[in-house]
Design a protein around this ligand. Sequence first.
Ligand SMILES: NC(=O)C1=CN([C@@H]2O[C@H](COP(=O)(O)OP(=O)(O)OC[C@H]3O[C@@H](n4cnc5c(N)ncnc54)[C@H](OP(=O)(O)O)[C@@H]3O)[C@@H](O)[C@H]2O)C=CC1
Ligand SMILES: O=C(O)C(=O)Cc1ccc(O)cc1
Length: 433
Amino acid sequence: MATASEFAWSKDFTIGLIGMGDMGKMYARRLTNAGWRVMACDREEKYEELAKEFADNTNIQILRNGHLVSRASNYIIYSVEAAAIGRVVEQFGPSTRLGAIVGGQTSCKDPEIKAFEAYLPSDVDIVSCHSLHGPNVDPRGQPLVLIKHRASDESFAKVESVLSCLNSTHVYLTAKEHDRITADTQAVTHAAFLSMGKAWHANRQFPWEEGSRYVGGIENVKINLMLRIYAQKWHVYAGLAILNPEAHKQIGQFARSTTELFYLMLEGKEEELRERVYKAKEKVFGAEGSPKWAGRPLLKEELLDRFSLNKPTGDETNQKVKALPNNHLSLLAMVDCWSALGIVPYDHMICSTPLFRLWLGVTEHLFRTPGLLDECLRVGIEDKSFRRDDLQFTIAAAGWAECVSLRQFDTWRERFAVTQRFFEPRKKDQRRG
Ligand SMILES: NC(=O)C1=CN([C@@H]2O[C@H](COP(=O)(O)OP(=O)(O)OC[C@H]3O[C@@H](n4cnc5c(N)ncnc54)[C@H](OP(=O)(O)O)[C@@H]3O)[C@@H](O)[C@H]2O)C=CC1
Ligand SMILES: O=C(O)C(=O)Cc1ccc(O)cc1
């Protein structure tokens, strides 16, 4: 909660929210709970519905459109689709109150900053932000990126003071640094899970079902996070991949790494595969004796099994489910991709999402658990049980990469929607994750 002096100050300081979707609403609730006065809008046609939804909240006033929000607010946050930011700022930006502060919550800052520079009056300060977590995650302790793009120290301090009620960890970056880091942490991580979903869909399997080959801790994390992504809105992932100029390189390299490793497996080139993967391991995780990972693993093994979607039948509740050996092409390709691009994922922890931390956690687990990596390489060469899924995974990774490089929003949406529908029956399971 805000302190007494902050309450006094907040009386004549109004925060405007343009875009009352999942993130806008989350901000509206947390800011008003802390005592801030908020004026908010979504599209004009949602005015009545939104006004009804927030009727009980005396600190928030729903307005009909962004012009009304802009002219009355001291600090305006645009929380709309990344692909729409240019159009929306062009529409409402000129109505911004004299001397106000403006920022955005979009996941990719390049188009957002370009829109602000193009359409905001020159007397307006620009301080952007990005909460690095989804709307259903508790923001406490999660990274919150703050970008002092064009602002006085006083304006920046005001933004920090307003957003301190989220209790997130503030990370100070430029827009360019933000886009480079989130391309590494978010865009390429999503590419891996989007491709897993496509591969399972192509082979028409629900990998958590009884009799599936996908059993055990690492598989549970993969399945759970894949479902979590396909339960969300398509535009969030499309936006941060297609609009982030830094992300194209990463997603393209991930597809190349997947294809090249898969070729080596198909051709039975055991030595070449081993050499390539171990070289990548050394580059990403450090040499034997001087590892880059911490003393304690990022992800505890017991935690891996908590991700299970299988219902316990009674007699096996206390037994650990035995994992079936898998070559984990997606994880090998991830490390190969980081290695090819000179990325050390630990360097990005300050700016990581919960999903990225879990993904890095399972990757680290595979590469640091004695015997596990060698088993992967053995399976990759000798065992054909995952070949069909690996083929579809490789095709999917290449498909996403092409779609992103060609900036194909419509194709991206269709690719996502068709697989989202396939997994729809399990959507509710993901809300808890
Ligand atoms: N979801 C997440 O996990 C996170 C998302 N973000 C970013 O935050 C932003 C918002 O995401 P999220 O809340 O999830 O998305 P939503 O789709 O839930 O919300 C965006 C809202 O903005 C509305 N909108 C579009 N145009 C206008 C306009 N002209 N005037 C007023 N409102 C408008 C949309 O309406 P309509 O649907 O009718 O277009 C929608 O209700 C995105 O840029 C996203 O990348 C950042 C961190 C996490
Ligand atoms: O953790 C992730 O990567 C998510 O999927 C949630 C998410 C999506 C978009 C953002 O801009 C920030 C967080």
